[in-house]
Ligand binder design. Structure first.
Ligand code: AP5
Ligand code: MG
Length: 245
C-alpha cells in the first residue's frame, strides 16, 4: 500500500491496527485451522475475527481467485466463467496456489484455511504439503447451517473486494450504507450471489465438499459449531475451540 492509500485511513484506525498486531503477536497460537461449511455458513465472517484476534494468515481461496479475475489476466478470464457458474476450479491449480501461500512469512504464526480444501483430493494433498515441513492441520471447524438460511444470507451479502470483509444489509450492516467500515471504500455484491448460482454452489458443496467433514472426523480433529445463531454467539464457541483444544 502506498502513502496515498494510507492517507484514506483515519489515524484512529491505524493506531487500532498497530495495537491489534502487538496484542495478537502475544496470543499467536501457531495452529493451522480449516473452516468448513456451506457457502454462506460464515467462514469469511469468522476468518476476519480470527485474523484480528490471533494474527494467523487468512487464506481464502475464493478471495485469491477473485483477485486473479480482477487482474484481467487470461487465467483470470478462464476462472471467471467457472466461478460465475458456481463450479470448482481444478484440484491441481488450487493445490499449487495454496502451497505457495502457505510458504509465505505471514503464515508462520498459523493459518486459517477458508474455502480450501473443497474436495477429498485437495484435503489429501494439503496433508502432504504440510507434512513436508513437519506440520499438519490441527483443527477443522465445521460451521453447520441449513440451506434456506444460507440462501437468505448470500442474497443480502455485500463485500469489500480488497480485504474480503463481508457485511449483510440486514444481519450485519456496515456503519455507513454501502461503505467498508475500515477503509471507507465502496462495497459490492458478488457475481456468484445470484439465486441460480447459489443453488448450484450448494449442490456442488453437497456432492464434492461435504465428504471432507468425515475425512477430518476420522482424524479426530473435527469440531462442530451451530452456525445458525447470531455472529457473536458463534464467535464465542469458535474462540473457545481455537484457544483450548
Ligand atoms: P468462496 O469465496 O470460498 O465462496 P463460498 O464457499 O461459496 O463461501 P462464501 O464466501 O459464499 O460464504 P462464507 O461461508 O464465507 O460466508 P460469509 O462469512 O461471507 O468460493 C467462491 C468460488 O471460488 C467457488 O464457487 C469456486 O468456483 C471457487 N473456489 C474457491 N475455493 C476453491 C477450491 N478450494 N477449489 C475449487 N474451487 C474453489 O457470510 C455470508 C453472508 O452472511 C454475509 O453477508 C454475512 O454478513 C452473513 N452472515 C454470516 N454469518 C451470519 C450469522 N451468523 N447470522 C446472520 N448473518 C450472517
Ligand atoms: Mg467466503
Amino acid at each position: 500500500m502506498d502513502t496515498q492509500a494510507y492517507s484514506k485511513i483515519s489515524n484512529a484506525a491505524l493506531i487500532q491496527e498497530l495495537y491489534r498486531r502487538y496484542r495478537c503477536q502475544e496470543e499467536a497460537l501457531r495452529k493451522r485451522i480449516v473452516l468448513l461449511g456451506m457457502p454462506g455458513a460464515g467462514k469469511g465472517t469468522h476468518s476476519a475475527k480470527m485474523l484480528a484476534r490471533f494474527c494467523m494468515c487468512h487464506l481464502s481461496t475464493g478471495d485469491l481467485l477473485r483477485e486473479e479475475v480482477r487482474s484481467g489476466s487470461e487465467f483470470g478470464k478462464k476462472l471467471k466463467g467457472i466461478m460465475e457458474r458456481g463450479e470448482l476450479i481444478e484440484d491441481e491449480v488450487m493445490c499449487n496456489l495454496i502451497k505457495q501461500q502457505l510458504a509465505k512469512p505471514a503464515c508462520a504464526n498459523g493459518a486459517i484455511l477458508d474455502g480450501f480444501p473443497r474436495t477429498i483430493p485437495q484435503a489429501e494433498k494439503l496433508d502432504q504439503i504440510l507434512k513436508q515441513s513437519g506440520q499438519s492441520i490441527d483443527q477443522a471447524i465445521f460451521m453447520n447451517v441449513q440451506e434456506q438460511i444460507v440462501v437468505d444470507r448470500l442474497g443480502g451479502r455485500w463485500t469489500h473486494l480488497n480485504s474480503g470483509r463481508t457485511y449483510h444489509y440486514k444481519f450485519n450492516p456496515p456503519k455507513v450504507h454501502g461503505v467498508d467500515d475500515v477503509t471507507g471504500e465502496p462495497l459490492v455484491q458478488r457475481e456468484d450471489d445470484k439465486e441460480a448460482t447459489i443453488r448450484n454452489r450448494l449442490h456442488v458443496y453437497q456432492t464434492k465438499t461435504s465428504p471432507i467433514i468425515d475425512y477430518y472426523r476420522k482424524k479426530g480433529i473435527l469440531f462442530e459449531v451451530n452456525a445458525e445463531r447470531p455472529v457473536n454467539d458463534i464467535w464465542k464457541d469458535i474462540k473457545t475451540i481455537v484457544k483450548t483444544k
